[in-house]
Design a protein around this ligand. Structure first.
Ligand code: GDP
Length: 180
């Protein structure tokens, strides 16, 4: 193993969005390849760690789930502290969760202390037959706010890996640009 390959990166990534949009399931689908149809928003681990190889470097993402705290009170500033990336999630079958996105972005901007790689995620795209938010609406909000955009399904795995890995690679690029 070259000395370059031994260099280790550890980045914190947070997942935010309204209750029941699928945050916990996106995390468990990505890190454990598991999905729970009856998951309760209050039950959840605080974070999972996923390791990626980027340019021969070992990059670890410590991905945080709100574990349901958004149901009862605002997510605390400690949750955001040190985050280099964020997945901001809504449910394409529930418009109110899309309407909340600007509030979540505001909260993220208020509490974050670094440049944060941000991805707008329209989850539950398997529920296209009861869709309330169009792909175009998601795209144009993301463009207006300078975010990446993707639709995912934690249920059938569509784009879940891609969503996390675009964010993690962007963080890596941001960090290496600063180092160089
Ligand atoms: P959280 O409160 O944002 O963490 O949401 P959860 O991950 O607990 O999911 C809330 C509910 O939505 C659960 O009943 C999940 O089974 C369901 N769910 C999560 N992701 C998807 C998805 O991609 N498609 C569908 N159809 N249901 C989902």
């Amino acid at each position: 193993m070259s000395s370059d390959a031994e260099e280790e990166y550890l980045f914190k990534v947070v997942i935010i969005g309204d209750s029941a949009v699928g945050k916990s399931n996106l995390l468990s689908r990505y890190t454990l390849d598991e999905f729970d149809l009856h998951s309760k928003a209050t039950i959840g681990v605080e974070f999972q760690t996923q390791t990626l190889d980027i340019d021969g470097k070992e990059v670890k993402a410590q991905i945080w789930d709100t574990a349901g705290q958004e149901r009862f009170r605002a997510v605390t500033s400690a949750y955001y502290r040190g985050a280099f990336g964020a997945l901001v999630v809504y449910d394409i079958s529930r418009r109110s969760t899309f309407d909340s996105i600007s509030r979540w972005l505001h909260e993220l901007n208020t509490h974050s202390d670094t440049t944060v790689a941000r991805m707008l995620v329209g989850n539950k795209c398997d529920l296209a037959n009861i869709r309330e938010v169009s792909v175009e609406e998601g795209k144009s909000l993301a463009e207006a706010e300078g975010l990446f955009f993707i639709e995912t399904s934690a249920l059938d795995s569509t784009n879940v890996k891609t969503a996390f890995e675009i964010v993690i690679k962007e963080i890596y690029n941001n960090v290496s640009r600063k180092v160089l």
